[in-house]
Write a protein that binds this ligand. Sequence first.
Ligand code: CTP
Length: 447
Amino acid sequence: MTKVITYGTYDLLHYGHIKLLERAKALGDYLIVGVTADDFDRTRGKINVQQTLMERVEAVRQTGIADEIIVEEYEGQKIDDIKKYGVDIFTVGSDWRGKFDYLNEFCKVVYLDRTQGISSSEIRASKSELRLGIVGESSVINKFVRESSYVNGIKIIGICSNNKNCESNVFEKIKLITDDYHLLIENVDAVYVVSHPTRHYSDVKEALLKGKHVLCESPVSLSVSETEELYSLAQSKGLILVDAIKTAYSTAYTRMILLAKSGKIGDIVSVDSVCTSLRDIDYSNSDQLGRVWNSISSWGPTALLPIFQLLGEKPDSTRIISRIGNKEHSYDEFTKLSFEYAAAVASAKVGKGVKSEGELIISGTKGYIYVPAPWWKTDYFEIRFENERENKRYFYQLEGEGIRNEIVSFLRLIEHKGIRTISESLSIAISGIMEDFHTGKTVKELK
Ligand code: CTP
C-alpha cells in the first residue's frame, strides 16, 4: 500500500484545495491530510485565518477524500509524521516547490501544479475590509499601524493626531490625516482610540453614537459609571467596544494565566506585578487640562490585568500610594496599589518616574510562576518549585507584543465570532481603580 501525506491550512475550503487533495490521493492508496493548527500557522506570518481548526478539519473531512486527518502543530513535525505513519510520498502544491526537498531523505517528494486563479487569501481579501481610523497621540500608533499590515481584513485609512509621536513613514501610507475627529469618524467603520485617557469617554461615545465599533486603549474611561454607560451604549446599538491591553493577547501571557488557574502552583496566594519605564515626560503633549499620560493610566491597566484575572475584579480592600511628581499635571511618578482578597493579596507597582525590575510573580502553595522583565511583552515564563529539578520553562512566540492578536480578536468580535479576551466587567473594574486614584479615594501621597 502506498501512503501519501499532504499538509495545508484549508481555510475557506475551495476547489483548488479539492483538486489538490484528489491528485494527492491518486498518487497512492491511502491519503493522510495534515491540517495546520492556528498557532503554528501564525508563525508563518498568516494571521486571521477565518475558520477555526475544527471547522477546517471538518471541511476536509467532508470532502471524503482523506483517509486520515491529523493536526500539524509544530515545526519539524513533518519528519516525525513521515516516520510514524510509514509515509511513501509527501506532496504539496507547486507554490512550495523546492521548500520540502529536504524530506527526500525520508520519502518521495512530489510537487503538484497549483490550480490557477484561486486561493484562501483572495477569498479572504474579497470579503470587505474593515476601514479603521485612529485617534490620539501615543507612540503605540506606530506599532499598531505596522502590526495591522499582518492582519487580513483591516485597512487603516485615517489618523486624527497632533502628529508628535508618529513616525513619518507611518503617515505616508495613510490616506486621511486630519485633526478633525468628526471627519475621521465619517470615513471609517471603526475607531482605535488612543487619545489621552481624559478624552476617552467623549471620543468613544462620539464614535458609538455615529455607529462605529471601537477599540479603546485601556482605560476605557476614568470612572465606573462612564465605562458602564459606554458598554451599554455599544450594546444598544449592536456595536463592539473592546478594551485594548495588548499583553492580554500575547500567547505566553494567556498560557501562563491558564496554567496558574489550573492549579499547577496550588492555591494562588499572592500576585505581584511591576511595570515601569523611565522616560522624559513631555508636558507639552498634555490634554486641555494639562494632564499627561501619568503612571497609573499608562501602566495601571496592564499591571492590574493578572491580578484581576487571577484573583477577581472585586478585592475586599484597595490601597493606593503615590509619589506625585507634578501636581499641576496630575502626574504620579510612582504608584503602588495593594489589594486584599479573602484568601490572597496582590500588589501592582507602576512608574514612569521610578525604575524597577518589571517582573511578575504569582505565588502559590505548591510553587510560583516567574515572568521575567519586561513581563508585559514576554515570550517566556517559568514555573518554579522547591525542588528545582521540577521547574518548567515555557516559551511561546510573541508577535507584535500582542497587538496583532488584539486586532484579530477585534475583527472576530465584529463578525460575531470569538469571545472577549478582556471582559466588560474587567474593563469596568480597571476604570474603577482609575476613579479611585483621580478622586483621591484610598490614595496616600508619599512625601
Ligand atoms: N493549493 C492548490 N491550488 C490552489 C490553492 C492551494 O493546489 N489554488 C494547494 C496548496 O499548494 C497546498 C494546499 O492546497 O498544497 C493547501 O493550501 P493552503 O495554503 O491551505 O491554501 P491557499 O489557498 O494557498 O491559502 P493562502 O491563500 O492562505 O496561502
